[in-house]
Write a protein that binds this ligand. Structure first.
Ligand code: TGC
Ligand code: FAD
Length: 388
């Protein structure tokens, strides 16, 4: 039999369309040529590689699923997933940038915004000229966003916004923030522009995870937001949760890329590391670990592809996204830690990718709904009992 591809044991590639394969190859090349050579340094220095933004825009990676009439690429959900996978093979921080811009900022403007808001913002965001961030989480507890304290009060034709958001990706880079606030009519979304008086962002330092990504706290002190900047077409928690479903879908794919990077590096290392007169890859203990990584990557690939097909067919359910986010991030963090172990002492530096991915995945397993939150969503589905 022909040898199988270790990172695609079930030939998922054959289940992709020509266009999907082309998208994957293009983003894979971008990651190999532009991300991998610099990302270890970016992580060490704690900087996000801003130079990559115009290139990502050029490749159509920002708002990739939105229609071409707004300057976007109009790709399908599986292509968006493959973009996330290949970007996160580079680094979770690069994929986070794309997730936030596409799913958490451009998507709500498209889905809940007015036509004027779409025309005003989407083409510039697709071109990477306007960067967005998404403010839902607050300092007192992100898992329970229904309990938010940030609020907006009507004042003539404007709204007055007060409150604070915490752990906001791209916060200090962003020209606009999609901010969710409590109002007399329930939770609503506002487009807050960087220049609006009373709006400030403060970068979070001392992070050991997602170091090649900007994370910030946002503060709103009597920020006057015109009615034209309110997202008119949604009210209630389903607004932000609808965005999260889009982003979490992409996050089911991303960690497959991180896991593939770690698995590949561990396999190569194990084949070359000779101890006790044979490569460690020739020991049963290490083969069990590598085989288990390949098994878990294969399962995750099948989950995400089917999820993407459901999404493209318009029938994907949030519980299915929760199951895949839980499974795939857990798969990736376990593989990254195991790969780090196979590399021995060499595994503790950013010369090799596993520790960087393992540390990044500590954020990925927490953000966009913690592992526990997703387990409870699945638990609620299978029992019919809400345990939150
Ligand atoms: P519940 O009160 O039952 O529902 C409220 C309304 O929302 C609807 N809904 C959804 N709609 C779309 N997608 C979903 N996933 C939805 N889940 C619920 C629901 O039908 C209802 O609609 P309506 O019309 O009846 O009002 O709320 P719940 O009990 O389902 O929610 C509880 C819980 C814990 C699951 C939810 O609060 C939750 O998901 N908490 C976690 C919060 C979270 O994930 N925060 C993430 C912040 S953003 C982020 O982390 C970005 S990181 C980005 C990066 O760098 O990549
Ligand atoms: P908490 O909600 O306080 O949770 C603490 C612990 O309690 C967790 O282990 C949790 O699983 C557990 N827990 C919660 N509920 C239950 C329960 N019912 N039963 C048992 N255990 C429970 N947010 C944004 O809005 N926008 C962003 O761009 C963004 N980017 C982020 C980037 C990074 C790097 C990080 C780390 C976070 C980001 N977040 C963002 C915030 C993220 O979504 C929250 O951290 C996450 O939702 C969890 O909220 P929390 O940190 O307040 O933890």
């Amino acid at each position: 039999a022909t040898p199988l591809n270790p990172t695609d044991l079930y030939d998922i590639r054959s289940m992709l369309s020509d266009e999907e394969r082309m998208v994957q190859d293009t983003v894979a090349r971008f990651t190999d040529e532009r991300v991998l050579p610099i990302i270890g340094d970016c992580f060490d220095k704690g900087v996000f590689p801003m130079d990559l933004i115009p290139e990502m825009a050029e490749l159509g990676l920002l708002g990739s699923s939105l229609p071409t009439e707004y300057g976007c690429a109009g790709m399908n959900a599986v292509s968006y997933g493959l973009i996330c996978q290949e970007l996160e093979r580079g680094d979770s921080g690069i994929r986070s940038f794309a997730s936030v811009q596409s799913s958490l900022c451009m998507y709500p403007i498209y889905a809940y915004g007015s036509e004027a808001q779409r025309k005003r913002w989407l083409p510039d965001m697709a071109a990477g000229k306007v960067i967005g961030c998404f403010g839902l989480t607050e300092p007192h507890g992100g898992s329970d966003p229904a309990n938010m304290k940030t609020h907006a009060k009507k004042d003539g034709a404007d709204w007055i916004l007060n409150g604070a958001k915490m752990w906001i990706t791209n916060g200090n880079l962003a020209h606009i923030a999609i901010v969710w606030a409590q109002t007399d009519e329930g939770i609503q979304g506002f487009l807050v522009e960087k220049s609006m008086p009373g709006f400030t962002a403060q970068e979070v330092h001392k992070k050991m995870s997602l170091r090649a990504s900007v994370t910030s706290a946002l503060f709103f002190d009597n920020v006057r937001v015109p009615e034209a900047n309110r997202l008119p077409n949604v009210k209630g928690l389903k607004g932000p949760l609808g965005c999260l479903t889009q982003a979490r879908y992409g996050i089911t794919w991303g960690p497959i890329g991180a896991a593939i990077a770690c698995f590949t590096e561990a396999t190569e290392y194990a084949k070359n590391r000779v101890l006790f007169d044979r490569p460690i890859a020739a020991t049963q203990a290490v083969q069990l670990k590598l085989a288990d990584m390949a098994r878990r990557i294969t399962l995750a690939q099948l989950l995400s592809l089917q999820l993407g097909r459901l999404k493209d067919a318009g029938s994907m359910q949030p519980t299915q996204v929760s199951l895949a986010k839980w499974n795939n991030v857990r798969m990736a963090i376990d593989i990254a830690r195991e790969a780090r172990d196979i590399l021995g002492g060499a595994g503790i530096t950013t010369e090799h990718c596993p520790i960087r991915h393992a540390l990044n995945l500590e954020s990925v397993i927490t953000y966009e709904g913690t592992e526990t939150v997703h387990q409870l969503v699945v638990g609620r589905e299978v029992t019919g009992i809400n345990a939150f």
